[in-house]
Design a protein around this ligand. Structure first.
Ligand code: HEC
Length: 125
């Protein structure tokens, strides 16, 4: 059976659009991995609800840094900040990307995801 050209073009376009959507959102599995990493490495200070502790540990929920860009969060993790230790060596690029995408899309935050290879490029000396 011959499929009319316009119909097959529309079909292909819809598959392409669906895949672009899937790739630009962190997957459910990646968010779950990020949450587990957050609870294990960060929640002790920033709290599992992301609200931190007033005047001691800043809130990540609503933080300008967290909402700003994935690369900014990566730099905080790589370099450390004030009393916060560096996580370079403790977490690899895949773990950092999952963690960054989790905090950027947890609670009231929402932001574009960063990929593990983008984090790897920032980890290079
Ligand atoms: C030992 C406590 C501690 C742990 C563990 C910790 N942090 Fe922090 N974090 C801090 C402190 C303190 C600051 C503020 C440092 C400053 O500005 O002087 C901070 C700042 C930040 C900031 C910047 C926030 C802003 O709005 O300025 C981000 C992002 C962040 N932490 C993410 C994380 C993530 C993700 C983890 C887990 C991998 C983590 N932190 C683990 C203590 C901690």
């Amino acid at each position: 059976m011959a499929v009319p050209r316009s119909q097959s073009a529309r079909f292909i376009a819809s598959i392409v659009a669906t895949n672009i959507m899937l790739f630009s959102l962190p997957s459910q599995a990646q968010q779950e991995r990020g949450e587990a990493l957050f609870l294990a490495n960060c929640a002790e200070c920033h709290q599992s609800n992301g609200r931190g502790i007033a005047n001691v540990y800043p809130a990540l929920d609503g933080s300008e840094v967290v909402r700003g860009s994935g690369a900014d969060v990566a730099f905080v993790l790589i370099i450390g900040r004030g009393e916060m230790p560096s996580f370079k060596g403790a977490l690899d690029e895949t773990e950092m990307a999952a963690l960054i995408n989790y905090v950027r899309n947890a609670w009231s935050n929402s932001g574009e995801p960063i990929s593990a290879s983008e984090v790897a490029a920032l980890l290079e000396p």
